[in-house]
Design a protein around this ligand. Structure first.
Ligand SMILES: [Zn+2]
Ligand SMILES: [Zn+2]
Length: 400
């Protein structure tokens, strides 16, 4: 079969690799109809992880069951399924508590496994024609409809980015009437803002420095904040000061930040305060510690890793960052982190899509054949205009 393979740094190729096979009685083989490229794939692409060459990339698949092992009974050939990026056994201590993101049975090196990802176990990725899915009854979530229908681009986002945007809101404590600031308007940031609006937050600010992404934030009803115009924290506080003028009780001027902060950038954050926009892995977390009101909450779903060969200094290479922990503690802030347990949220989000209450595919900008992956990765990394979310479609062929 054809698959997207990581070579070295910024080297991606589409190669013939052996078809996956049923290896355990609980496995299934999926024919992939859509597989998205994720911002977190870019860290491997850019050589900012210890990912080994030869890795088949991709962890955001939608497809159709092609074959199941003899122990699989609840999933059948022909079922349309979305595959959460977390690989979960379903029965360990963490899975049974709903933390499929920290399954204890699928990765010998740490808690949690995923397809096509560094340090996440020996699993091939999903940017390919076929994918082997372990523990298929747990890891194949059935969805309605047919391949290529009006939900194709929505359902593929259930594998990671829509549940991750939703989870960011859970970590940040977003509910009806909340004030929310989302840092980062990539796919996860935009879907975090979208989720906040679905949860009926009253004010949602989205911080970024890329025009088309800020425009998308405005289109869904959030308030875009362009960090190229200066300190995003001051910009948000200024807007809140204007909105609340004459309405505050004594003392409430100490609450002109937001109650809920969402970090959707990760360790390759750029520093708005540096004229060269140099990388500063703690920039966004620092801004959120400054912005979020006393007793508020921060949800960090942007990726951070403990080993970064390209880190800006010896500490960053080990995933160690300077943070104003004293300020965080003084304000009594809660900080939630980590990968999303997708299976906990995907079924409800699927219902919202089917009922017409959510249409996350507004952010999908390209549907491309597998062969377009090298160019798509490069353009996505450059934040090229119009490259917000790329879906690879193995059924498409390069024209001409
Ligand atoms: Zn992803
Ligand atoms: Zn488990």
């Amino acid at each position: 079969m054809r698959a997207v393979v990581l070579g070295g740094t910024r080297e991606i190729s589409v190669e013939q690799v052996p078809d996956p096979e049923i290896e355990a009685p609980t496995d299934a083989i999926i024919r992939v109809t859509s597989a998205a490229i994720c911002g977190s794939d870019l860290h491997m692409f850019a050589g900012r992880t210890v990912a080994p060459p030869g890795l088949v990339l991709g962890h955001e698949p939608l497809g159709v069951v092609e074959e199941v092992g003899p122990a699989v009974t609840t999933v059948r050939k022909g079922d349309r399924v979305v595959i959460p990026f977390n690989i979960a056994c379903g029965v360990c201590f963490n899975c049974t508590r709903g933390f499929t993101s920290a399954c204890l049975a699928v990765n010998a090196d740490s808690a949690g496994g995923a397809y096509g990802y560094v340090n996440m176990g020996p699993y091939r990725g999903a940017q390919a024609e076929y994918l082997r899915v372990p523990f298929a009854e747990r890891n194949c979530l059935k969805v309605p409809g047919e391949p290529g229908d009006e939900w194709e681009d929505d359902f593929v986002l259930l594998a990671d980015v829509f549940p991750t945007g939703w989870y960011a809101n859970e970590l940040a404590g977003v509910g009806e009437g909340s004030t929310v600031a989302v840092f980062g308007a990539g796919p996860v940031g935009l879907l975090s803002a979208y989720s906040a609006l679905l949860k009926r937050a009253s004010e949602v600010y989205v911080v970024d420095g890329v025009d088309d992404r800020l425009a998308m934030a405005a289109e869904i009803g959030a308030c875009p904040i362009d960090f190229r115009r200066g300190d995003p924290v001051e910009q948000i506080v200024e807007q809140r000061r204007r909105r609340t003028a004459g309405k505050l009780q004594p003392g409430e001027e100490k609450m002109l930040g937001v109650m809920c902060g969402i970090e959707a950038v990760g360790y390759q954050a750029v520093d708005w305060n540096d004229p060269t926009m140099a990388e500063n892995p703690s920039r966004v977390l620092e801004d959120l510690i400054g912005l979020v009101n006393p007793t508020g909450r921060i949800g960090s779903v942007g990726l951070y890793v403990p080993n970064d060969p390209g880190g800006i200094n010896p500490h960053a290479k080990r995933g160690e960052f300077r943070l104003s922990f004293g300020k965080l503690w003084e304000k009594g802030l809660s900080l939630g982190t980590g990968q999303t347990p997708v299976a906990r949220f995907a079924p409800a989000l699927c219902n919202m899509i089917v009922e017409g209450k959510a249409k996350p595919s507004f952010l999908v900008t390209q549907r491309l054949p597998l062969e377009a992956a090298p160019e798509a990765y490069a353009k996505f990394e450059q934040r090229a205009f119009g490259y917000t979310k790329v879906i690879l479609r193995p059924d498409l062929r390069v024209s001409g």
